[in-house]
Design a protein around this ligand. Structure first.
Ligand code: IMP
Length: 430
């Protein structure tokens, strides 16, 4: 199984960090292929809790090489400080991290443009993480961006970055009335961060192709989730990258046919950070209870996450888009103790039943979820070691989810700790 992928099939925050950390013990490489430090992947080891934003989630495994692929947008100052804070906590990541020379760079003006664009939109804002993700991917597509390789030559960096800042400052000042960013300070900070990153920079695509052809195990780490995909998500309320499995080939330099197995990570309920449609959202005491029990606050921005019931229509769509082979279901413990739980298995559109997630946003306005109701179960899942030990209500819930989504659930996470995971297949369902 040399190339394995892990992607989120909801709106991000499905618990991918824990799953990748779990699988990384058997991987030679863990590779991020999209997004940037808008992601926040939480990995727990004993009493230590790490929130990784740019560093891949294989960070805690001594024999795993972590790779930031070319599809990732890299804030060099952030990455340098994330590396330093891991080193300060005893994680020697510096010798186990590589960064693509082709990855595009996030600079302070990207963050300012992100913030200004959000302010300009007013009530129509997207609720971005403010990390400069959209403006950086825009520059990449406009062919005006700078890449990690550009950090390595001081004169080259200075002239390219100064030219970019002159243009962006004109936009910041003339469109948004912003004072612009200090060019010399930005160049100095980028050069300084680049010096820290320089030993890690290489052609990661060539390295990964060689690794794949010699049978090394590569784990592709998706960021965000399918419903935030630039093409297939709830546009325009999406992020600016391809979050589905298809993003891995352009984002790593591996050929599309390299992928041999794909795991979709789904949370047992739904959450979303930022604006945009969310049909099963519960703006009531149920949503509040899920938020509190699931500690649903953004790991990047600290914002409270919007919470609601599991939406099998969107997860079915997401699994089909990515070609998911199996689902790892997370946070099932959070639903323990509810009197009743609900799953949306279809939508209603002015009296008509819809089984497919609609392609065009305005049609979501008249949509309502059609729920199936399940009796709850006692809050005992963290004590269960096998699926067979789960209360009947929890088993029925999982079985209905996989039937509604059409993909088998093979592992179920019942708590934040590494070992709080139940292997559905091997531990038996009887
Ligand atoms: P951006 O990626 O910062 O441009 O934000 C675009 C949208 O994606 C916003 O709704 C964000 O809240 C959301 N988003 C971006 N990254 C994540 C993530 O890692 N988890 C959940 N939501 C995210």
């Amino acid at each position: 199984m040399p190339v394995l992928g892990v992607v989120g099939v909801q709106w991000g925050d499905e618990g991918k960090g824990k799953i990748i950390d779990l699988l990384a013990s058997g991987a030679d490489y863990v590779v991020r292929f999209a997004g940037g430090n808008n992601a926040g992947h939480t990995v727990v080891s004993g009493t230590d809790r790490f929130v990784l934003h740019l560093v891949p989630s294989g960070a805690l495994h001594e024999r795993t090489m972590n790779v930031i692929g070319n599809g990732v947008v890299v804030d060099p100052e952030h990455l340098a400080s994330e590396i330093q804070s891991l080193e300060n906590r005893g994680v020697s990541i510096r010798k186990r991290l590589l960064v693509s020379a082709r990855a595009h760079l996030i600079f302070p003006f990207h963050r300012e443009l992100d913030a200004m664009a959000e302010r300009w939109k007013g009530a129509g804002r997207l609720g971005t993480t403010g990390r400069g993700i959209g403006p950086t991917y825009s520059d990449k597509a406009a062919r005006t961006g700078l890449r990690v390789g550009d950090l390595l030559d001081r004169d080259h960096l200075t002239s390219r970055l100064r030219a970019a800042i002159t243009e962006k400052n004109a936009i910041l000042e003339k469109v948004y009335g912003h004072r612009g960013v200090d060019a010399e300070a930005a160049i100095e900070a980028a050069w300084h961060a680049g010096q820290t990153l320089a030993p890690l920079v290489c052609d990661t695509g060539a390295l990964l192709r060689k690794a794949a052809s010699t049978g090394r195990t590569i784990l592709l780490e998706g960021a965000q989730g399918a419903m935030l995909d630039l093409d297939h998500g709830t546009y325009p309320y999406v992020t600016s990258s391809s979050t589905c499995s298809g993003g891995f080939a352009p984002g790593t330099g591996l050929p599309p046919r390299a992928l041999q197995r794909l795991i979709g990570v789904a949370k047992s309920y739904s959450s979303r950070v930022g604006e945009g449609p969310f049909l099963t959202e519960q703006i009531n005491e149920i949503g509040e209870l899920i938020r509190v029990r699931g500690r649903e606050y953004g790991s990047t921005t600290g914002r409270p996450r919007r919470c609601g019931w599991f939406d099998a229509v969107s997860v079915r769509y997401a699994c089909a888009l990515s070609g998911v082979d199996e689902i790892f279901l997370t946070s099932l413990d959070v639903l323990g103790g509810f009197e009743r739980v609900f799953v949306a298995t279809a939508y209603e559109f002015y009296g008509r039943r819809l089984e497919e997630f609609p392609a065009h946003l305005p049609t979501l306005d008249g949509l309502k979820p059609i729920y199936e109701e399940f009796p709850g179960w006692p809050d005992v899942l963290r004590n269960c070691k096998t699926f067979g030990q789960f209360p009947e209500g929890a088993r029925r819930y999982v079985e209905r989810l996989e039937q509604a989504v059409g993909v088998p659930v093979t592992k179920i996470s019942v708590g934040p700790e590494r070992n709080e995971i139940v292997d559905r297949v091997r531990a038996g369902t009887q």
